[in-house]
Design a protein around this ligand. Structure first.
Ligand SMILES: [Zn+2]
Length: 172
């Protein structure tokens, strides 16, 4: 299975640990897009859409995740770290988080996680994906990564370039 709409590759060699990326997040139902972009930056981020605030907060606590929320109030959360998101724009939201939580996104970690399911991506041998991607892609792309959870295959195509451009804009 391959994806038409999101093509990117892991810029990290598989198996490389990035210790500076130990911060983990949980996004509420209104922040699905933010969750995907944090994953693109390499952060372990889950999207948890539930109408039950208590369940959401318990999940954050159980997994040691920082809560990113648009609908909770600070005083509703006890014994968990919470960051309330104000902006509606994805670029501004990312800027807010990076600044306030003093994150230092590392471009070696970009595209190291599946943006669909948060699973770490692994490099995959070209020969193994020959039949899984269009022939033109197979011929022109040198490196591929795979998500072992959703089986999507990614490569550094035009979509990847656009996303990288947007990430650079956020980090500027
Ligand atoms: Zn996946």
């Amino acid at each position: 299975m391959f994806t038409e709409d999101l093509r990117y590759r892991n810029s990290l060699a598989s198996g490389v640990e990035h210790t500076e990326h130990t911060m983990k997040f949980i996004c509420d139902g209104m922040l699905g897009k933010l969750a995907r972009w944090l994953r693109l930056l390499g952060y372990d981020t889950i999207y948890f859409n539930t109408p039950f605030k208590k369940e959401f907060i318990e999940k954050a606590r159980a997994e040691g995740r920082i809560i990113l929320s648009k609908c909770l109030r600070l005083n509703e959360v006890k014994r968990a770290k919470v960051f309330i998101i104000h902006s509606d724009s994805i670029v501004e939201q990312l800027k807010e988080i990076i600044k306030e939580l003093r994150l230092k996104p590392d471009d070696r970690a970009f595209f190291s996680r599946c943006s669909f399911c948060n699973f770490p991506l692994k490099k995959i041998e070209r020969e193994k994906i020959r039949k899984k991607v269009p022939p033109s892609i197979y011929k022109t792309m040198a490196e591929f990564t795979e998500c072992n959870n959703c089986q999507r295959i990614f490569w550094q195509g035009s979509h990847w370039q656009r996303m990288k451009g947007k990430l650079e804009k956020v980090l500027r």
